[in-house]
Structure formats: structure tokens, C-alpha cells
Ligand binder design. Structure first.
Ligand code: GDP
Length: 601
């Protein structure tokens, strides 16, 4: 943990009172003061111990479990994760099921492909094939996923086709898809979104089956589709590869049975398994607020068995399952692995892609949610866990990164290809440069999602970034680097790989204020009563104090007040009180130049 503000200066206080015996239960995140309470000591004592570990923290600052545990150990006590922390650690990836507990489960299938190639029609046709097969019920409710059986083997289909949904789920950490069906219309052939879908599936490392659709059409040309796919490294069995291609017609139903057969075949090879005999975990497929039933959500069970009455944690939300329904609207009490279920009983509406897991009881669920919320509030930096050019080298050095994943968008295909091959040649024995997607056009939401899901960086060459993609990149911490000269892009990546990449920042002035009156405060020193002459000034901004041509200080604004109230910003034409870090020798007439540093490479 790194704390920005420095610790209050401490006098050597009284030595601490008798400490607790026995293990100390520590939550995932806690403040210095919380830790002092837990260990029956003073915040000052904790601060001192943190300082000897090289960590500066004030008493209300948050520290994480590992930091707290080190302090506790240093005090001769035994740190253990608190109940909520233990539960919180039991993330999906940490369910380690013993091999003997695993049994075969149905595959989960997602349908992808270019617009209008028949994804929705295919999902409908498959759903209807069950009615034709004379299965009970048959009238499916739309809950976001459904199951069909073929020779008594179940298959789960995700009902939202397309790679945007597919990768959005992955970006949120929920890898639900086991098999991807790539739909290509036999009359239209491979199109831009077909290629996008191929790259998204490859990045997810999910097996693919090609459905060559619309073969009922006269102009259908399946052979052309097969050749085109080969050009994009999807080599079907007939051509010596390992991808099954099935000719189908969503319109006439021709080939649907063969497609289902192919899915079963692939799942038998892949052997998808889960342990049904534990508390369930999985992901949210879709969710909404129903006017009559409250928050409803469709869960896809990944492991374990979900039961009515279970207490669950879903992202930021807790709840207790009041009732569950299958994809035909039947009330059910249990849902095994790979089953989609619609349920009610959550305290709010989760987001598609959120992971869920069953916990001991509702109280534990609430505690976990609360701990998670605090953790996010106090770290606030979660976005920065994503790879960036300035962190590539250290991540390689520490072994957390083995390949640098790039997505290239360019104005024309020629430059995209040129960049791809030059960038890939920068691979070294330590790290491989892997370009997972190249395309022409602006950087889109789907590119950002792919980068997020694959821990990659986006290179925009001579092309713009869609505003919504820019926003999404900012929130998710995905780095988008724009270049218009090839060697500059190459140089940046090369330097990043060698640990020599130095981000360049330039100051950008936000506004000026003129000091007009001085106020003394016993607590804050001298406050500069100022008038904002242009722009907008912000608390926490960098500030230069100018007197004539002389620069008296270059520091940070620590306080901004309008009358008695603390404010975040003040616009041109208004008066305010300004305090600065480590400077208060203002004089009337001083100019305060507010600025921030902006990254320019
Ligand atoms: P999506 O955008 O990929 O979901 O495509 P849709 O399922 O909405 O289908 C696009 C259009 O193609 C619709 O007009 C469908 O009726 C038509 N279509 C889909 N599958 C077939 C097929 O197998 N044969 C024919 N002739 N038309 C199809």
C-alpha cells in the first residue's frame, strides 16, 4: 500500500497497554485506527510500525490485509483473515475442487458473427427444435439463456448473441462460454464483424464451431466461406484443420441437429466438468427491475448447486434467493452446474457479467458487500491494475507478464498490417508481443472491452477514438495510445519492453486567481483571499505562485473555500480562499496559476 499524505509527526507516546492474546482477526481492508483497536494499542503505535516498514499512513487511512498482517506479526501476534475476509477471498478462481468431485456438466454455448448473418434466427431455431423433438413444455421464457437436450445430453445456450456481450462478460471476469458458434452467412461470406468475432474468440481461448448459415439460399456458397475462413486462420477439418463447420439453415431447420451433434462432440473432447456438491458460484447473465417482482436476475451456475433459500453475494449486492425459475417458467428448488435460472430476492439489480457466489448466511453476505465497498472507496485506484506502457517492464521483470497483448486500429489495412508485423518482431526471449486484433476504423467500445478482457493495450494509428470508447477506457484503465508515425509507435513499444519508457507530461494551465486580501487562520496559516480571473481553479491542482516575473513557489492547492464552505472548484469571476501546501507568504497582487500535468505520449 502506498499512502499519499504523510503521517502526522509522532512524539514517542506511552508504551502500549497489555495486548490481546490469541489470533487477531483482520478484514481485507481496515483503517490504521481499526487496527489499533483490534490490537488494543494506539494509532500512533501502528503508524510507527508502518513507518519502519516504509509505509506512511495517517490514522484514518486504509491499509490492506497483508500490510496489517505484517504489523500484527511484528507485534508478536498471529494475524488471521476475519470471517468476511476469508469469504471474500473465496473468489471464483479459488474454488479448487478435488478431481474426484468433478462430474460432466453441459457445455455453455455463445453464438457470434456478423450482423444479419442469422445469429438470432439460429438461436430461435435451436429453441424450437426442442418443441419439434416433442419435449415437454417447449414454450420458453426469455431469461437470457436456455437449455436444450439432444440424446439426453443437455446444452446451455446464451441467448444474447454477438461478441460485444461475450467480451463484456469476460471483461468483468466472468468466462461463462465453453464453446463459441461462429455464424457465417453462406451468401455473404466473411465480413468485418466475422473477423472481429474470430479474434474475440481466439483471445478467450474458447473452442469454435462454424455454422455456415442460409444454405437454403440459391446464392449460397459454402466453399467460398471455408476458403475465406482459412485466410483468417480458422482452418476447418475438411481443409486439414481442427474446426468443425456445419452447413445449416435457421430458416428451414436443415443442419440444426448436426450442429447440436457437433456441440456434443466438442464437449466430449473438452470434458467440461464441475463439482455439483458444494455451495454454488457463477455469473449473472442478465438482470432487471421488475415492477411486480423487484430485482430479478438470471444466474448461470458454474460450479456447485444453487438452492432456494441460499444467501448470495453478487458484485456489490447481497440477497437471499426467494424463488427460482427455469427457462420455461417452472418453479425449481435446485440448479446444478451450467443451468440458467431466473431468481428473485436480491436487494438490488446486479449487472450482466457480475460474478455470484453462495455464502453461509445473509449476515455474512452483507458483511462481504460492505467490506468490498470500503475497499473500493479507499483504494479507488482499481482501474490501474491494467497493463500500461510504463508498467510493462516491471511486470515482465516480476514475472506477472509473459506477453504484451496489443490491439491495433488504423486508418487503412496496409498500415495496420505493417504495424502488426513490425510490432511482433519486437518480441524478445523474455516477452512476446502478441497482436490479437487488427482492423480499420476508429477505436470502439468493443476494442476497449477486448483489451480489458485480455489485459492489452490499444494502438490507434491515424485513427480516432470513439468518445464512448474513450470514456470506457478511462474507467476501466485500458491504455489507448495514438500515433501517426509508425516508427514512433515502434519506438514507444520497444522502450516499454526495455523498461526505458518514460511517460512525458506537459503542464496545462486551468486558470488564474489574483490574491486580493490576506486572512490569518491559527490552523491553516495565511489564507489567500483571491479572485479567479480566468478559467476554473480546482482543489488538489498544482499551483505556481507568481509575483511579477518571479516564481515564489510551485506546489499543490490544499484548500479551496467559498465563504465557510469547502469547494472542489471555483470558476472565473468568483472570489475564494486558497491555501497551499507548504507556502503561505502571500502578498496582495500575487498571481496563482493553477495547472495540471497531462500525459502527451
Ligand atoms: P442476426 O443479426 O445475426 O441476429 O441475424 P437475424 O437472425 O436477425 O437474421 C437476419 C436476416 O436473415 C433475417 O431477415 C432472417 O430472416 C434471415 N435469415 C436468418 N437465417 C436464415 C436462413 O437460414 N436462411 C434464410 N434464407 N434467411 C435467413
Amino acid at each position: 500500500m502506498t499512502a499519499q499524505s504523510s503521517a502526522p509527526r509522532t512524539r514517542s507516546g506511552p508504551k502500549t497497554a497489555p495486548r490481546k492474546s490469541g489470533p487477531v482477526e483482520i478484514p481485507q481492508v481496515l483503517t490504521v485506527k481499526d487496527l489499533a483497536d483490534l490490537t488494543d494499542t494506539t494509532p500512533v503505535e501502528i503508524i510507527k510500525r508502518l513507518m519502519t516498514n516504509g509505509i506512511m499512513a495517517a490514522q484514518n487511512q486504509a491499509i490492506d490485509f497483508d500490510t496489517a498482517a505484517a504489523v500484527v506479526t511484528g507485534m508478536g501476534m498471529e494475524p488471521v483473515p476475519a470471517e468476511a475476509a476469508r469469504e471474500d477471498k473465496a473468489d471464483e478462481d479459488e474454488f479448487v475442487d478435488p478431481p474426484e468431485s468433478l462430474v460432466v456438466r453441459p457445455p455453455v454455448v455463445t453464438v457470434l458473427g456478423h450482423v444479419d448473418h442469422g445469429k438470432t434466427s439460429l438461436l430461435d431455431a435451436i429453441r424450437k427444435s426442442r418443441v419439434a423433438a416433442g419435449e415437454a413444455g417447449g414454450i420458453t421464457q426469455h431469461i437470457g439463456a436456455y437449455q436444450v437436450s439432444r440424446n439426453e445430453k443437455l446444452i446451455t445456450f446464451i441467448d444474447t448473441p454477438g461478441h460485444a456481450a461475450f467480451t463484456a462478460m469476460r471483461a468483468r471476469g466472468a468466462q461463462v462460454t465453453d464453446i463459441a458458434i461462429l455464424v457465417v452467412a453462406a451468401d455473404d461470406g466473411v465480413m468485418p464483424q466475422t473477423i472481429e468475432a474470430i479474434n474475440h474468440v481466439k483471445a478467450a481461448e474458447v473452442p469454435m464451431i462454424v455454422a455456415i448459415n442460409k444454405i437454403d439460399l440459391e446464392q449460397a456458397n459454402p466453399d467460398r466461406v471455408k476458403t475465406q475462413l482459412t485466410e483468417h486462420s480458422v482452418v476447418i477439418e475438411e481443409y486439414g484443420g481442427d474446426v468443425i463447420a456445419v452447413p445449416v439453415s435457421a430458416q428451414t431447420g436443415q443442419g440444426i441437429e448436426d450442429l447440436l451433434e457437433a456441440i456434443i462432440l466438442v464437449s466430449e473432447v473438452e470434458e467440461f466438468k464441475a463439482n455439483p456438491n458444494r455451495e454454488a458460484n457463477g455469473a449473472v447473465i442478465e438482470a432487471e427491475l421488475s415492477p411486480t417482482r423487484g430485482a430479478t436476475a438470471t444466474f448461470l451456475v458454474k460450479g456447485g448447486t444453487l438452492r432456494q433459500g441460499d444467501a448470495v453475494v453478487v458484485g456489490d449486492i447481497s440477497g437471499k434467493i426467494k424463488a427460482m425459475f427455469d427457462d420455461q417458467g417452472n418453479r425449481i428448488r435446485e440448479a446444478p452446474p451450467s443451468a440458467p435460472v431466473e431468481l428473485i430476492g436480491l436487494n438490488a439489480v446486479p449487472e450482466a457479467g457480475d460474478k455470484f457466489r453462495v455464502v453461509k448466511d445473509e449476515k455474512t453476505a452483507r458483511q462481504i458487500v460492505e467490506t468490498g465497498r470500503r475497499q473500493r472507496e479507499q483504494t479507488e485506484q482499481h482501474a490501474r491494475t491494467h497493463v500500461g506502457l510504463d508498467t510493462v517492464y516491471s511486470e515482465i521483470a516480476s514475472g506477472t507478464l509473459k506477453e504484451l497483448v496489443l490491439i491495433i486500429k488504423a486508418d487503412v489495412q496496409g498500415s495496420a498490417e505493417a504495424l502488426r508485423s513490425s510490432l511482433e518482431q519486437l518480441s524478445t526471449s523474455e516477452v512476446r508481443v502478441k497482436v490479437i486484433h487488427t482492423a480499420t476504423g476508429p477505436v470502439s467500445d468493443s476494442d476497449v472491452m477486448l483489451a480489458e478482457a485480455s489485459n492489452g493495450i490499444i494502438i490507434a494509428f491515424n485513427t480516432r477514438v470513439d468518445p464512448s470508447a474513450r470514456k470506457q477506457a478511462e474507467t476501466s484503465g485500458v491504455e489507448v495510445r495514438s500515433y501517426n508515425i509508425i516508427y514512433q509507435a515502434l519506438e514507444a513499444i520497444e522502450q516499454a519492453l526495455q523498461g526505458m519508457y518514460e511517460p512525458v507530461y506537459e503542464p496545462r494551465v486551468d486558470g488564474h486567481a489574483e490574491v486580493r486580501q490576506l486572512f490569518k487562520s491559527s490552523r491553516l496559516g495565511t489564507i489567500a483571499g483571491s479572485y479567479v480571473t480566468d478559467g476554473t481553479i480546482r482543489r488538489q491542482a498544482l499551483v505556481r505562485v507568481l509575483r511579477g516575473k518571479e516564481e515564489l513557489a510551485n506546489t499543490r492547492c490544499t484548500g479551496l473555500k467559498r465563504f465557510q464552505d469547502d469547494v472542489r472548484e471555483v470558476q472565473s469571476g468568483y472570489e475564494c480562499g486558497v491555501t497551499l501546501d507548504d507556502f503561505d507568504k502571500f502578498e496582495e497582487g500575487d498571481i496563482l496559476e493553477f495547472y495540471h500535468q497531462e500525459r502527451v505520449n
